[in-house]
Design a protein around this ligand. Structure first.
Ligand code: IDC
Length: 341
């Protein structure tokens, strides 16, 4: 009997060990996919195969500093299976403008941590309070120029020019993008660049009649954001996907305030749409709002989790979203398998 127990426990240990080794050996999203590119509205990897990145957005970097550490980024990669982490750097509200050096340092750290974890990193200029991106055009140009100069050559950096423009039309956003994109391109000619759209990144269809063209349009995607407790119609996006390259850089299970009743049934319909269940058959990449331990229903962690470094102490929303990231597991068509010696 004793012998049988011992045998069983060594079998368990062996099994745990082999899964750990298997996990360690499977290539990271970054190693598997390398430099990204947009082909016919679809985000693709370096080999030209379609990819869907699934991951988490931070909450405001200024408010939840202890949620965004090398340890949390690594846990997101290892335990949550994220492919992408979005660093939401608020511009106002005690964010970037109040202390540019502090936030540049934080972004640089996050770029390093995501590289070490083998996942993509979105640098998000999180405008919200002031919805006109041109209000801080000089600061945005300076910020993105410095970022591109510092991080040129790194395959995992994605630039998001303006989180959620509001109170402005597409023509205004377009002129902002035309001014900022060359600042990035002089140092990084191919990184993916995400451009916000009118009405809190709710109207990417406005781009259709007047898209970016020429050199500033290469590897550009437009953003759409939704909150499952508020946004019930998917028809619009199903249609827009037929003509516009989209990246859903922010969505929540909650209503649009970031709080209120999580609607998992509607969230599932959106997750399915993003997974490719749309007339264009496009796989849409996404980040969920938010990886933070704020006491609000969209936050993925339980209050107090960050101080404790308990990166898997999930809220109901976090539990649900983590499962949607882990399953189905990533499978990278056409990806070069990493070789191990
Ligand atoms: C929300 C946060 C909330 C914070 C508020 C104001 O969840 O804790 O008080 O911002 O800064 C967005 C924005 C995102 C919002 C989120 C939920 O991009 O910053 O976060 N949301 O309201 N667009 C639609 C919803």
């Amino acid at each position: 009997m004793k012998y049988a127990v011992r045998l069983l426990s060594s079998a368990v240990v062996l099994f745990a060990l082999s899964t750990a080794i298997l996990r360690a050996q499977s290539p990271t999203p970054l190693a598997a996919n390398g430099r990204l590119q947009v082909i016919n509205r679809q985000l693709c990897n370096e080999a030209g195969a379609p990819v869907q990145l699934r991951g988490m957005s931070s909450h405001g970097l200024q408010w939840f500093d202890n949620c965004f550490t090398q340890s949390s980024v690594q846990a997101l990669a290892t335990d949550w299976g994220i492919d992408v982490f979005r660093a939401a750097m608020y511009v106002e509200s005690g964010g970037y403008l109040s202390d540019p050096p502090r936030f540049r340092t934080k972004i640089n750290q996050i770029v390093d941590w995501t590289a070490a974890a083998g996942v993509y990193c979105i640098i998000d200029w999180h405008i919200l309070e002031n919805g006109n991106p041109n209000a801080r055009l000089a600061e945005a140009k300076d910020f993105f120029r410095t970022m591109a100069q510092t991080h040129a050559g790194k395959k995992h950096v994605i630039y998001e020019l303006c989180n959620e423009p509001n109170g402005v039309d597409w023509a205004t956003i377009k002129s902002y993008a035309e001014a900022v994109i060359p600042e990035i391109r002089q140092y990084d000619p191919t990184a993916i660049i995400l451009v916000g759209t009118p009405q809190w990144s709710g109207l990417p269809g406005d781009v259709r009649s007047n898209p970016l063209t020429g050199s500033v349009a290469t590897n550009v995607m437009y953003t759409f954001h939704f909150y499952a407790g508020s946004h019930y119609s998917q028809d619009y996006i199903r249609d827009v996907l037929q003509t516009v390259p989209l990246f859903i850089s922010e969505w929540g299970t909650s209503n649009y305030t970031g709080n209120g009743g999580n609607d998992y049934a509607n969230a599932q319909a959106w997750v399915d749409l993003m997974g490719g269940n749309n007339p264009a058959g496009i796989k849409v990449s996404w980040c969920n709002w938010s990886f933070a331990d704020k006491d609000e229903s969209s936050a993925a962690l339980q209050p107090g989790a960050c101080a404790a470094g308990a990166w898997n102490n999930t809220s109901p929303s976090g539990t649900w979203v983590k499962q949607r990231i882990l399953s189905p597991a990533d499978s990278w068509a056409g990806a070069a398998p990493r070789t191990f010696t």
